[in-house]
Write a protein that binds this ligand. Sequence first.
Ligand SMILES: NC(=O)c1ccc[n+]([C@@H]2O[C@H](COP(=O)([O-])OP(=O)(O)OC[C@H]3O[C@@H](n4cnc5c(N)ncnc54)[C@H](OP(=O)(O)O)[C@@H]3O)[C@@H](O)[C@H]2O)c1
Length: 241
Amino acid sequence: MKQVLITGASSGIGEALVHQYLKQGWQVVACGRNDARLQQLSAVSPAVQPLRFDITDPAQIAAAALQVTQLDVLILNAGDCRYIDDVMQFDGELFASVIQTNLISAGYLLQHLLPKLKRGGQLVVVSSSATLLPFTRAQAYGASKAGLDYLAASLRLDLQQYDIGVTLVHPGFIKTPLTDKNDFAMPFLQSAEQAAQRIYRGVQQGRMYLHFPKRLTLLLKVLALLPDRVWYWLAGRMDQA
Ligand SMILES: NC(=O)c1ccc[n+]([C@@H]2O[C@H](COP(=O)([O-])OP(=O)(O)OC[C@H]3O[C@@H](n4cnc5c(N)ncnc54)[C@H](OP(=O)(O)O)[C@@H]3O)[C@@H](O)[C@H]2O)c1
C-alpha cells in the first residue's frame, strides 16, 4: 500500500485530500491539532493514522516524525490566513505568527519528514494563487506563501538527484473554514473536494505546478504581465467598491 502524509488534514482541503487518497486505496497519515476531528477521520477507515502535533512547535514535529514510516507522498498543506486590517497599526505579532505557521514550520517539517520520503516520491507544497499579484491586507499571508513558492522551486533543484519530485500548488478560492471568514467576493469559488481531486491527479502525474480554477489563475497571470500601474489602479478601485 502506498502511504501519504498530509498536514492540515483535520479541515478543508487537507480533509478532502484524506478522503481522496483513501478512495484510491492509500494509507494516510492525517496530521493536525484538533484531536476530535482526527479521531473522526480515523473512524472512517483503519487506513488512517491520526497524528496530532502543532507545526509551530519543532519538538512536537520531531516527536511526531518518529511515528512515521516510509512515505510515497508528503503534502505540506496546513496553513493560516489572517489579514493586516490597519496598515498604519501594523500588527507585528500577527505577521510573525502567520509566517511561523505557513513558512518557518515548513523548514522543521522538511528536516524531520523529508528523510522519510522514498526515492521516486513526491513532495507537495500548498501555496496560494495570492502570490501571483499583491492583494490588499495580505502582507502576512502573501509574504509567507511567496516564501513557500521560492522554497518549493529551490527544493526541486536539489531533490532531483534523490529522484524526489516537487509539486507546487496555487489554489484559487476554495470553500473551507479558512475562506468562510472572508468578507469579500470570492470569484470562481470551488469546493474542497474539487481542489483535492485536482491535487491528487496532478501529483499522480508528477506535475511540477498546479493552479486552479484556471478561469481565475490565468486571469491573474495575464494581469501580472501588464504594467504594474494597471493592477494598482484596478486593485484600488476594487478596494473602494
Ligand atoms: N481555501 C482557500 O481558498 C485556499 C486558497 C489558497 C491556498 N490555500 C491554502 O490551502 C491550505 C489549506 O487551507 P484550507 O482552506 O483547507 O484551511 P482550513 O480549513 O482552515 O484548514 C487548515 C488546516 O491547517 C491546520 N493547521 C493550522 N495551523 C496549524 C498548526 N499550528 N499546527 C498544525 N496544524 C495546523 C488546521 O489544523 P487544526 O484545525 O487541527 O489545528 C487545519 O487542518 C492552507 O495552506 C491555505 O493557505 C487555501
